[in-house]
Design a protein around this ligand. Sequence first.
Ligand code: KDO
Length: 335
Amino acid sequence: MLKLTRRAAITSVAALGLAMSAIPAVADGHKMTFTLATSGSETDQRSVAMAEVFAPMVAGFADYQAGYNGTLFAQGTELEAIAGGNLTMSIASAQELAQFFPEFSIFATGYVHQDAAHQVRVFNDPLMDPFKQKVEDELGVKLLSVMYLGRRHVNLRQTREELDVQTPADLAGVNLRMPGTDAWQFLGAALGASPTPLAFSEVYTSLSSGAIDGQDNPLPTVVDQKFYEVTKQIALTSHLVDLNYIAFSAETWNSLDADQKITVQRAADAAAAYGRLKQLDKENNLADFIRSQGVEIYTPDLAAFRTHVQGQYVGSEAAASWPEGVLEKINALGN
Ligand code: KDO
């Protein structure tokens, strides 16, 4: 596995962006401030990418500040804050967008996106244009780039001896924390579990107390949040190759001049690319560390999980909201 040093990755990606667009002089000396709110931590690779790649690229005309761990706006309220003119940016999810536009649930459906590259092809495909336009027109939010969050797996407090997860039937009655929106709760139930809505910031303490039996996040998040301290197993279900969008205020965007728009777009793309590389590197190299912390990691019956989960979406209310032909186009962009 090619190991990118942090500095090399930042230099190469930032240079790519900077080489293609000179930082414009600030016309009247007035600097804007771009504020990001995220429920992620400061050390999460998406947060690092925004601070270390996006921020320097827009520094010619905008200061950057970020609120982490849901401290600025609670998880799931960021898009409304942007729409209300109270926030510039968030690391949004398709599940949050599906609360406003149900058709976004297609991008939050289990076992649809195949990998990080597939996510990028889908986001850049013309199929995405009506989705992006609707969010801009009706919510006042521009989706600038797609970020890679990673493969979500079932992570439980129980040891494998206590609960060996091979098929969805093994998750019956398991109190699995999922994020609060409908699309997440649907996915938790589709896995066979009993989903519980809970904010990301509450997950560690709820695992520690036993208020929940488990959670589902990618391996880098398990390490970043130290979930390995309060869980004993990870069944590599890969039930969702998860993504986020760099969401940006349309009002702020429209106030930018042409050069500033180009720079913001390139800064978002460069940050997304940098964060994707770092997240993939972590995802491919953290399993042994997590095992060293006493967490058993194993692969369940993936065919059983895929078949069951996909079957739950067929005929569902979520699937009824998907525009005709979009799922076929997404699948055609796969490997
Ligand atoms: C989570 O709450 O489990 C989740 O992974 C959901 C994602 O959509 C995203 O909000 C993420 O949290 C945050 O960015 C924190 O990593």
